[in-house]
Ligand binder design. Structure first.
Ligand code: DAH
Length: 361
């Protein structure tokens, strides 16, 4: 009996002191494993007399059950403690402020393109595109710019390289978005209402010129399109774009080979203390060229000028971006200076829409 009490005391103490699951398993093996002390004791029952067995048997069985229960209890206590410890170490403070991530900005040119696309879309204009490397025919001939026409020189064109022996006129980096007019006419026929924003190229570089810049072309063709509709469309655009109630546009007679009649358009503005205000004052700023599409241009696009007529315009996007957002130097647009981009750039979630207002708040 003493032996059993000793075993009981020894193992209950070891179980209570086992610091983790591994230690507890060693205690279990030492007590109840195949060669465990209690298991061996139970095997000894076979050699005992029936009388001895009668007392030792139940006592050993009771010891075995008690140790077994103690092992289970300790095991679940250790598991609970481990879970508590894990929960403590994995605790997440959802009230902490988020970690800042470096974020890019939307370039003012992209922003302004989105704005003007939204405004013209609202007036029923779809967006059309054309290639930046353009054939001589699309960039000049189809637009009624003859080979000897001075505007070919005025445009300061970048010509592409031609393989030796290739006699075709070289392709050009498009000098304006006007060739997209021809492509749109060929692709969809009349009637047409499109704008074509995009990059254009000319050999020019000073505070207001860069060799690459942006234009948006506009083209509306139908049976009865008039200059009055051109004027209304441009006024509506300027009101929405510059976010002023009243704008005043001045149409100056001008000349472009691809329009007849042609007009350059100025917008009324004031410069006071270096601050530009659109829609008031006594200064005028030129923002675009426009006119009624020349019959020869319609013909080049495969549209019958006896049946259809239209207006067209070409506007400098960089110019109107500078005006709207008070950006003084055009060259800075394309220098990729991070300080400039952070200052003049827009947040990516600040999407222009007619309902939400078009500018940053
Ligand atoms: N393509 C002309 C330029 O780059 C701008 C222009 C003038 C476009 C009159 C037009 C237009 O569509 O009708 O200077």
């Amino acid at each position: 009996m003493d032996a059993i009490a000793t075993l009981r005391g020894k193992y209950l103490e070891q179980i209570g002191a086992a610091p983790d699951a591994d230690a507890l398993e060693s205690v279990r093996l030492a007590a109840l494993g195949k060669k465990g002390e209690i298991s061996l004791k139970m095997r000894e029952l076979g050699q005992m007399s029936a009388e001895e067995r009668q007392t030792a048997g139940p006592a050993l069985n009771a010891l075995k059950s008690e140790v077994d229960a103690a092992l289970k209890a300790r095991k679940s206590a250790l598991e609970d403690a481990a879970l508590d410890a894990r929960l403590k170490s994995e605790w997440l403070d959802v009230t902490l402020p988020g970690r800042p991530r470096p974020m890019g900005t939307i370039h003012p040119i992209s922003q302004v393109m989105d704005e003007l696309t939204a405004i013209f879309a609202d007036m029923g204009f779809a967006v059309a595109e054309g290639p930046q490397i353009e054939s001589d025919w699309y960039n000049f001939d189809a637009l009624n710019i003859a080979p000897e026409h001075p505007s070919r020189q005025e445009m300061d064109t970048f010509y592409m390289h031609r393989a030796a022996g290739d006699e075709r006129p070289p392709h050009v980096l498009r000098t304006h978005t006007s060739p997209v007019q021809i492509r749109a006419m060929q692709n969809q026929g009349a009637p047409i209402r499109i704008i074509a924003p995009g990059r254009v190229y000319r050999m020019d570089m000073d505070q207001t010129h860069t060799p690459m810049f942006h234009q948006v072309e506009g083209l509306a063709i139908d049976r009865d399109i008039s200059m009055a509709q051109l004027k209304w469309t441009l006024e509506e655009f300027c009101r929405a774009f510059f976010e002023v109630d009243e704008v005043e546009l001045r149409f100056r007679a001008s000349h472009f080979p691809f329009t007849e009649p042609s007009a350059e358009v100025d917008i009324r503005c004031s410069w006071e203390g270096g601050q530009l205000k659109i829609g008031e004052g006594k200064d005028w700023l030129e923002i675009l060229g426009s006119g009624m599409v020349h019959p020869k241009v319609l013909q080049a696009g495969g549209i019958d000028p006896n049946e259809w007529q239209g207006f067209a315009f070409g506007m400098g996007i960089d110019r109107i971006a500078m005006l709207k957002y008070g950006i003084p130097d055009l060259r800075a647009f394309f220098e990729s200076d991070l300080r400039w981009l952070r200052h003049y750039g827009f947040a990516s979630l600040d999407q222009p829409s007619l309902a939400a207002g078009l500018s940053r708040v």
